[in-house]
Structure formats: C-alpha cells, structure tokens
Design a protein around this ligand. Structure first.
Ligand code: SF4
Length: 197
C-alpha cells in the first residue's frame, strides 16, 4: 500500500448524521511528506461535491495566499478535522470530531510536518484542546502533543473570514507568511525552497 493510499479513508460510517448528509468522504490532498499541513473544520458543499478540501471561494483565497508566500497547493497538504460534510454546514459535534480524530492523527504522524496550520476556530480548538480567540491569536505558534508526538501548531483565520473584512485578510496573509518562514520558504522570491517538495 502506498503512503497516499494509507492516508485515504474510503469506507467509514462512524458518524450516522454525516453518513446521511455526505455525498462522499473528503480525504486530505497534497504530498504525503509535505512540511506544511493545513487543517480545516470539515467539508462544505463544494468540497462534498468535488471530493477535495478547500475548493470554491475559500479554496481560491487559500490558493492566492499560498502563491503570495511562494507556495502552490501542490506543495502543501490540506485536510480537515472531519472528512464528511455536516448537515446544513453546522459545526461537527464533539463526538464526530472524536470519531474522526484517529484519521487526522494518522495523517499527522505519517506526514510529520514542520508546522500544522489550523484554519479557523474549530480546528484550532480541536488540536490545541482549549478555547481559541482566532482573530486575536492568529499567527501564534504553540507546541502541543498530538498523539504521541510534540507538534507545532500555527493558528490562522479561516480563508472565508477574509472575504468581507480587509483586516482579517491581513491577519490571514501574515499567518501564511509566518508558516512559510517556519517551513523555510522565501515569499519575496516567489520560489519554493522546501526540501522534498
Ligand atoms: S466524519 Fe470521519 S469518522 Fe465520521 S463518518 Fe466521516 S470519515 Fe468516518
């Protein structure tokens, strides 16, 4: 089994409400050895339809932000706390987050990323296991144990938060710049210098 296949969940029915509301399981995308891992909350309508995390308008914001710091979507791994779309785009419940946690931890363990970037409140609180004021704390780096390993988590606002609020856009851009710096990318050149990408 390849590393990518190993990270691919194809048959899971642990969350009855999500099994009901999903069209498909949306797995993480990107290299299985990426140095940067972006974690969102869960699939929305576009993601559920296309089977890929962060597509649609949020995905465009993320792609643009990555490009501005010298990265492309293909350079990073992008995944979610839950892999199935919650009904009416509600937040995943604690139980659903717990059900899907093992898949996320396996993905993190396999990637062994330099930095995990949490996109929005739900993934930030899920991985840091505390309440997070995302707008205030965006750009902060925190050490936390995930599974059996210590990890570095960088808090970031959700890309969708930037669509109507310029200050959130600046916060988002600054957090991505920090993520790129931590992973060794020189955004000013527009060139990726990440080993192994
Ligand atoms: S959200 Fe995760 S744990 Fe729940 S049914 Fe989907 S893949 Fe399984």
């Amino acid at each position: 089994m390849s590393e990518m296949e190993d990270l691919h969940v194809s048959d899971c029915e642990r969350c009855p409400a999500l099994v009901e509301s999903r069209s498909r399981i949306v797995n993480g995308t990107g290299p299985a050895d990426a140095d940067l891992l972006f974690v969102g909350e869960g699939p929305g309508a576009n993601e559920d339809e296309q089977g890929e995390p962060f597509v649609g308008r949020s995905g465009t914001v993320l792609d643009d932000g990555l490009r501005d710091v010298g990265l492309a979507r293909e350079d990073v791994r992008i995944t979610n706390c839950v892999r199935c779309r919650p009904p009416e785009n509600r937040d995943p419940t604690d139980e659903e987050l717990a059900h899907c946690r093992g898949y996320l931890e396996t993905e993190i363990t396999r990637l062994d990323p330099e930095v995990i970037v949490t996109l929005g409140k739900v993934p930030s609180e899920h991985l840091l296991e505390r309440s997070v004021a995302v707008t205030k704390e965006a750009g902060s780096l925190e050490d936390v144990r995930i599974g059996s390993e210590p990890r570095r988590v960088l808090i970031c606002v959700h890309p969708a938060a930037t669509l109507y609020d310029r200050s959130q856009a600046e916060t988002f851009e600054a957090a991505l710049e920090r993520a790129a710096e931590l992973a060794g990318v020189d955004g000013s050149s527009g060139q990726t210098r990440l080993d192994g990408f």
